[in-house]
Design a protein around this ligand. Structure first.
Ligand code: 7PJ
Length: 276
């Protein structure tokens, strides 16, 4: 159950925390690029000190309705951050991208995981990810981020998410990606309404039947706002509850904004799992 993230080995039978590092302009109060790099690095260093096993660097907002960015803009945002974290910090750097050029460049800079919310469906993404020779996270999405929340529809969300992911695993294998280097993610909030999200979380164990480690991301998402009635910056408690449930149900990686708090929640779940 050990995976090799560009030389860093991690036991996927245990639960690890991934810290989110957005490097989109709207995630910084200040404009200058040098300053942004400084701020991003300081955030990453804090998340590593707090116990993150991964830092997930993303330069394209995939929020519903977010504007798209050019390949060059995404490269300019992501690469300097990936480079400095890989060089300076003892952590696995993950890149949250669907863009083949970003996958290839990031791999050269030491990235240990490619995290694609579009499941390597963009032209050239399968080839770029295969060449990178690092594990990949394949996430389920229905539609495109711009429009995915307009009218998500499933006959059986569990079965359809499972079938989609199994199909993408086959495509990845055909492209030369080692099947034991594939991590799966049901994609909470990506073309799903609250009921869909809850069904997927309730049955998270079943995703393991596909034979891959599972990554989940629910931190601060609107599904938690719908349940609690709270705004995005008031969703820490709900995020910790979702992380705890995921850890109990066998998730290997939990992608979050609040690393320190999530580490404690995961420790409690892991301790409980250790005695049964
Ligand atoms: C996810 C992600 C997720 C994976 C985002 C947000 C939206 N990558 N990137 N899984 N979500 N693998 O954090 O609200 O759920 S961006």
């Amino acid at each position: 159950m050990e995976l090799d993230f560009a030389g860093r080995l991690l036991d996927m039978s245990r639960c690890h925390v991934m810290g989110v590092l957005n490097v989109t302009p709207d995630s910084f109060s200040d404009g200058g690029r040098f300053n942004q790099l400084d701020i991003a690095f300081a955030k990453a260093r804090q998340m590593v000190a707090d116990g993150a096993a991964f830092i997930d660097v993303g330069g394209e907002s995939t929020r519903p309705g977010a504007a798209s960015v050019s390949v060059q803009e995404e490269l300019d945002r992501v690469c300097p951050v990936v480079e400095v974290i890989s060089r300076e910090l003892d952590v696995i750097v993950s890149v949250d991208t669907s863009t083949p050029e970003v996958m290839s460049q990031a791999a050269k800079l030491g990235v240990g995981l490619i995290n694609d919310v579009r499941a390597l469906q963009r032209e050239g993404a399968l080839v770029a990810a295969a060449k990178a020779r690092v594990p990949v996270c394949i996430m389920h999405i229905q539609g495109e981020p711009e429009t995915m929340q307009e009218r998500p529809e499933y006959r059986n969300v569990l079965r359809e998410v499972g079938e989609f992911l199994a199909g993408r695993v086959r495509a990845a294998a055909q492209a030369g990606i080692a099947t034991n280097n594939i991590i799966l993610d049901p994609g909470f909030g990506f073309g799903k309404n609250l009921e869909h999200n809850l069904r997927l979380l309730a049955a998270l164990e079943q995703l393991h039947a596909l034979g891959h480690p599972v990554l989940v991301g629910m931190s601060r998402k609107s599904m938690l706002g719908q349940i609690t009635g709270r705004d995005v910056d008031e969703r820490l408690s709900a995020s910790l509850a979702a992380a705890t449930i995921s850890a109990m149900k066998g998730a290997s990686i939990i992608r979050v904004h609040d690393v320190r708090e999530t580490i404690d929640a995961v420790k409690v779940a892991t301790a409980v799992k250790g005695v049964v």
